[in-house]
Design a protein around this ligand. Sequence first.
Ligand code: NAD
Length: 281
Amino acid sequence: MGPILLPEKLRAAIAAADGPIVFLTGAGISAESGIPTFRGPEGFWRVGSRNYQPTEMATAVAFAHMPAEVWRWYLFRRGVCRSAAPNAAHRALIGFEERAGERFLLVTQNVDGLHLRAGNSAARTYQIHGNIDFCRCVRGCPPAVRELPVTLPETWEKDRSLDAGELAALRCACGEWLRPHVLWFDESYDEPLYRYVSAQRAAERAAALIVVGTSGATSLPARMCETVAARGGPLIVVDPEPTVFSKLAEASARGVYLRGTATQIVPALTETLAALALQGA
Ligand code: NAD
């Protein structure tokens, strides 16, 4: 695809601002890596456990009652993520971070870890819903967030239960369970684990907010988009289907909806943005 043509008002606003260029990504950016989205026909989250819907499984209440069953489901999903590779859209964001340095910020709802595996820095990647490769003690023992035990296999057959050694590996030294480092449906965002405040501040200061592949159903991304739109800031939405965010962008003075997939649009868009915002950087 050739250069992306952005409306003149939007171009001028991006060129004049000196705040961070903030990318907000959702499940759609990983769809072309083979990870199903939330609402797609084979939705990642629709594939529940033997007896429970995902919205029941991905809860602290479920984990308290059936930790081994919840872990089995997460280990299967982690295997799907570990088998996937970053795509051209993920890679374009590494190139953009390399050029933009401190003016780059990435806020992702994805728990698949593909942005970090592609090479974006942990310091400038806010994983606001966690990362399926990590876990933490339910009692909060330090370190707050740790990698999953290396003894656990990276891929997992869907219906395989954990053996005694795997269950033991998922215990903290204090004896309590380790749990997936993922924000569950019955939990709230916070700053120490999920960068809640930092993500909102980024939206307040953003020279541009670029939203890629999210349907807009979660509250922090919605708040970020509304914050940018309310102050008339540059808002760019990339998605093959219209969403609440694409409608917000189209209704906004400095917004635009770019209809297409992440790999079709993000590589060219990062080039356009770099030329506009980073000249002389
Ligand atoms: P969602 O499924 O609600 O929305 C996905 C969006 O991506 C849709 O608007 C869809 O039209 C769009 N899309 C589909 N294919 C695309 C493509 N090739 N390029 C660009 N966009 C494409 O996902 P969400 O809004 O991110 O919310 C899902 C929630 O579930 C999040 O909280 C997330 O943590 C979790 N989740 C994560 C993953 C992951 O880590 N990869 C996958 C599924 C769900």
